[in-house]
Design a protein around this ligand. Structure first.
Ligand code: C2O
Ligand code: CU
Length: 551
């Protein structure tokens, strides 16, 4: 193990896409930002300097942050923002984890442009639980491009609720690709050698959509999801929810040529406003020695944009891998100490006077979990909880409900489901408890497939289904043997997902929808895992330079 040092300077950089040039917030002038390579067991030191005019934080999405919750990064949850011309040094260790993750800004919508790959290499002496790839391609990050300033868009969405400006292009490594105006010069090209088996790392850094990914005339084998190995799973089309990462093996076993690697937007039936073409972004897979002038690459084919059964089947087909080989430091919880039902959906509030709101009947659209619309506190919950910096723990309450406060109709579109209370509520969890959360989609306005993300640890996805969860009917069919372990679960459209984890990482752990608009509207909560006994169960004191909210 060694220590890896990185310098991240957040700055403004002019970037041109789709014939528009705009001043973009970047890290080190790169869009997407730099890829960080570290190895399992390493210490990581990242000096983040903020030269932008926005307050911001950086989050290491999916990094377990064992006993280093201070370094996690969500604004007002574990730290206060890094202000203009200030810096903060994140220090953490990579414990018992390897695979593909990413980092991103964690304040407002800044992650739209401030993100990059975070790759944890496996230990050298440990093999892969699958055929060793001959080579590895640079990570492939799927994102979105707006011609407008994304901070203006989110500001409008917060004031008006309702419809929000959707992106002008889907991108691969920041590039829309050949099929868009003014874009072919920048199209990303991946070179491969015929016959090789190659590891490709996929990241969904998009703000608002699940994506389908495929390569024309090539099969893919999923071998890892959210930095945990899976049983190899063969497919033509991979699905990634926002916040999810997936490694695939690709064998270059076709004739020498050029093939499109492409992304398509998944947009479930009730959302008809999405104008993207079926093929929404492209890059090129080019075999060695192929002549650049060879004919137009073939396009892969995709499920229909509203094919929820393809998506449900893909996610429920993934299985965890190697439970017996020491890759996991705790097991799938067989018994549950804390049993939670969290509903996810929209809520509607009266339009504040003097504003124009775009929700039904002129209401203001918000989101909620179990009827609580999260209110971002003015001081960070972690600093408040540990009495550090401000010594003020009045910024949150510990009464997040274990079941929804109000009765919901889970299966029908029902405006009566709109009620929610604003609050900064957390659920406190004793150290080492086993926790089950059933996330139930509700149909306040319409169903959605919410990507719910947990900080600080992965959870096991033990069950999924459509319709309303029924404990006595559904619990017996949970997979407690080899469920996939992820940091983000895509709650099935109009259905539910059940996850379990063991609370062995003390700290304040944010949970939120990774559709950024939903998170901004209040689809968030936090768990506080209490300290256990002894040094390896207790969160150490925060670094003295952790940004404070008091200027
Ligand atoms: Cu990708 Cu709360 O984060
Ligand atoms: Cu959501």
């Amino acid at each position: 193990a060694r220590t890896r040092y990185f310098n991240f300077t957040v700055q403004t950089t002019n970037v041109t896409r789709l014939c528009y040039t705009k001043a973009l917030l970047t890290v080190n002038g790169q869009f997407p930002g730099p890829t960080s390579y570290v190895r399992e067991g390493d210490r990581v030191v990242v000096n983040v300097t903020n030269l932008s005019s926005y307050d911001l934080t950086i989050h290491w999405h999916g990094v377990r942050q064992l006993l280093s919750c201070w370094a996690d990064g969500p604004a007002f949850i574990t730290q206060c923002p890094i202000k203009t011309n200030q810096s903060y040094v994140h220090r953490f260790r990579i414990v018992d984890q390897r695979g593909t993750l990413f980092w991103h800004a964690h304040q407002s919508w800044l992650r739209a442009t401030i993100h990059g790959a975070f790759i944890i290499l496996k230990k050298n002496k440990v093999g892969y639980p699958f055929e060793k790839p001959r080579e590895e391609l640079p990570p492939l990050i799927i994102g979105e491009w707006w011609n407008a300033n994304t901070e203006d868009i989110i500001a409008q969405a917060l004031v008006q609720g309702g419809g929000y400006n959707i992106s002008d292009a889907i991108t691969i490594n920041g590039q829309p690709g050949d099929l868009y105006n003014c874009s072919s010069d920048g199209t990303v090209v991946y070179n491969v050698s015929q016959g090789d088996t190659i590891l490709l790392r996929l990241i969904n850094a998009g703000m608002n959509f699940h994506f389908f990914f495929a390569i024309a005339n090539h099969n893919l084998t999923v071998v890892e999801a959210d930095a945990e190995y899976t049983e190899p799973y063969q497919t033509d089309v991979v699905v990634l929810a926002p916040g999810q990462t997936t490694n695939v093996l690709l064998t270059a076993n076709n004739s020498v040529g050029r093939y499109y690697m492409a992304v398509s937007v998944f947009s479930p039936p009730n959302i008809t406003l999405v104008p993207y073409p079926n093929v929404s972004a492209t890059a090129i897979l080019a075999y060695d020695n192929v002549s650049a002038a060879s004919s137009t690459p073939a396009l892969p084919s995709f499920p229909a944009a509203n094919d929820t059964s393809y998506v449900n089947n893909f996610f429920s087909s993934l299985r965890g891998q190697n439970y017996s080989r020491g890759f996991y430091y705790y097991k799938v919880p067989q018994k549950v100490d804390i049993d939670l039902l969290h509903t996810v959906g929209y809520s509607l509030q009266p339009c504040p006077s003097g504003q124009t709101c775009q929700g039904p009947n002129g209401t203001l659209i918000r989101s909620s979990i179990s009827n609580i619309t999260f209110v971002t506190p003015q001081l960070s919950i972690l600093q408040a909880y540990y009495g550090n910096g401000n010594g003020n723990n009045s910024v949150y309450t510990t009464d997040f409900p274990d079941v929804p406060i109000f009765e919901y109709n889970y299966t029908g579109i029902n405006l009566a489901n709109k009620v929610a209370l604003p609050g900064t509520r957390v659920r406190v969890i004793p150290f080492n408890s086993t926790v089950q959360v059933v996330y139930q989609d509700t149909a306040t306005l319409f169903f959605e497939s919410h990507p719910i993300h947990l900080h600080g640890q992965n959870f096991y996805i033990v069950g999924m289904g459509t319709g309303t969860f029924n404990a006595s009917r559904d619990t017996p069919s949970f997979n407690l043997v080899n469920p996939v372990s992820r940091n983000t679960v895509s709650v099935p459209y109009g259905g539910w997902a059940a996850v379990r984890f063991q609370a062995v990482n003390p700290g304040v752990w944010f949970v939120h929808c990774h559709f950024d608009i939903h998170s901004s509207w209040g689809m968030d909560m936090a768990f506080i895992t209490l300290n256990g006994i002894g040094a390896n169960q207790s969160l150490p004191a925060p670094p003295l330079d952790l940004p404070s909210c008091v200027s």
